[in-house]
Ligand binder design. Structure first.
Ligand code: HEM
Length: 417
């Protein structure tokens, strides 16, 4: 029986913190094996990378996400009781709710329209300022857009507070330090705010329009036909707001790509919608966001001649698969044209997870993410002109998730000439 190579050190947690996004791919290269065993956070783990590994990982009902992420990462991102922690029929039922909210074309068009409106309002303010930091501007802009679309009431004061809290959730999800405790406290505030909104809807103090995310989540019934617990409904509302704000990271990377590859500006201005789609797909492939996802085997199965026992912890390298030289020619080059030949496989391009949306944990917000990134890129190209002053644009790949150090400063934002 084949056995996967095993790392020499007793525990590789420090190496993971040091090497960040390259931790798994460095070892896959060293051992000439796209699976290896190690110990992380003092627990046995199997790390895997590549399309074959993704196919194994996303086999329906093979893995649970329970116990598969460090507890503070789970609390800051998906949280207990959320769709991410469910399995089997309960997961499918809850996931259906997300897919209904996030994937119909009219839902996507509605969010893009709210985003465009918020962009225009923000742009008027940017034009009065010497310089702006794009990532800092995009977060409240996206929060306002998603609340407008979801029919969640948002005052200016709560927009400021919620942006700060959601920023902490995203910034500290992959951090191992005491500062995580502060982020958890901030998250509690957003949760309590969402609980108040759910209660206000159920008490008929506010009445979001049918079909909006606030209405759908507040009135959703579980498989036992009971309304979702207020706590759970609030967690799922956060599960819409937080990741929508996270798109600010990809928008920042899209602006960086336009800056680093100016030839693409001209191509996109002259090109069609397909060209713009390929550009944002390459931004999602090339720049770092989610390094990996994890699962615990629900039952025993065999892969590559090895038995994987129930409860085994498997970590799939998302970033590494998106940079796998066996899939992507010259993977460290930014080349949107590579998507001309991409066959749409659910296993080789997995920045937001892979496999089937309904039966697995693949991100239900993927189409909405692409649509917002396209809208933002269009605005960066056609709505404004701006200067990019000298700044530190380096990306620290040992941070999860990283940004350019300067978070992308734009000076003299003005209407496009
Ligand atoms: C900003 C870009 C985004 C990235 C990089 C991202 C990434 C991911 C990843 C890696 C997963 C887990 C996949 C797995 O474990 O197999 C996930 C799941 C999820 N994402 Fe996203 N996501 C993004 C945007 C969004 C948006 C905009 C929404 C909703 C508005 C969203 C909602 C969710 C939910 C609810 C899940 C849990 C799905 C499940 O467990 O079945 N995400 N996302």
């Amino acid at each position: 029986m084949a056995t996967f190579p095993r790392t020499e050190q007793f525990d590789t947690s420090l190496a993971l913190l040091r090497e960040g996004y390259h931790f798994i791919s460095n070892r896959v290269r060293r051992y000439h094996s796209d699976a290896f065993r190690t110990r992380l956070l003092l627990q046995e783990a199997t790390c895997v990378l590549g399309a074959d590994a993704a196919r194994m990982f996303y086999e329906p009902d093979r893995f649970t996400r329970q116990g598969a992420l460090p507890p503070t990462t789970l609390r800051l991102l998906q949280d207990k009781g959320s769709v991410f922690t469910l399995d089997g029929a309960a997961h499918r039922d809850r996931k259906q709710m997300f897919l209904e909210m996030l994937t119909p074309p009219e839902q996507i068009a509605g969010l893009v329209a709210a985003f465009d409106e918020q962009w225009r309002a923000s742009q008027r303010i940017w034009e009065t300022r010497e310089a702006i930091v794009l990532n800092d501007e995009m977060q409240p802009l996206l929060l306002r857009a998603v609340c407008q679309w979801a029919d969640v009431p948002l005052t200016e004061a709560s927009a400021r507070r919620r942006t700060r809290e959601i920023n902490a959730m995203l910034t500290y999800a992959g951090v191992a330090s005491l500062r995580v405790l502060g982020a958890l406290l901030l998250r509690r505030r957003t949760e309590r705010w969402c609980q108040r909104i759910i209660r206000a809807i159920r008490d008929r103090h506010i009445a979001p329009a049918p079909g909006t995310a606030a209405h759908t989540i507040a009135w959703r019934r579980d498989l036992d036909d009971a309304l979702l617990d207020v706590d759970i409904a609030a967690v799922e509302l956060v599960n819409i707001l937080r990741p929508a704000v996270a798109i600010a990271w990809f928008v920042t990377f899209a602006a960086l790509a336009l800056h680093e590859h100016p030839a693409w500006r001209a191509r996109l201005l002259a090109g069609d919608d397909g060209e713009l789609t390929r550009f944002v797909q390459e931004v999602r492939r090339f720049y770092p966001f989610f390094p990996m996802t994890g699962g615990r085997a629900l039952h025993e199965f065999a892969w590559r001649g090895e038995q994987v026992a129930p409860g085994s912890w498997v970590l799939l390298d998302l970033y590494g698969t998106d940079h796998d030289g066996r899939i992507w020619d010259d993977p460290d080059a930014f080349r949107p044209d590579r998507f001309l030949a991409w066959d749409g496989s659910a296993y080789d391009f997995i920045p937001q997870g892979g496999g089937d949306y309904l039966t697995g944990h693949r991100c239900p917000g993927e189409t909405i993410t692409i649509a917002i990134m396209k809208a933002a890129t269009r605005h960066l190209l056609t709505a404004i002109d701006y200067d990019v002053p000298a700044q530190d644009l380096s990306i620290d790949l040992s941070r999860f998730p990283p940004l350019p150090a300067s978070r992308f400063v734009m000076a003299h934002v003005r209407p496009a000439s």
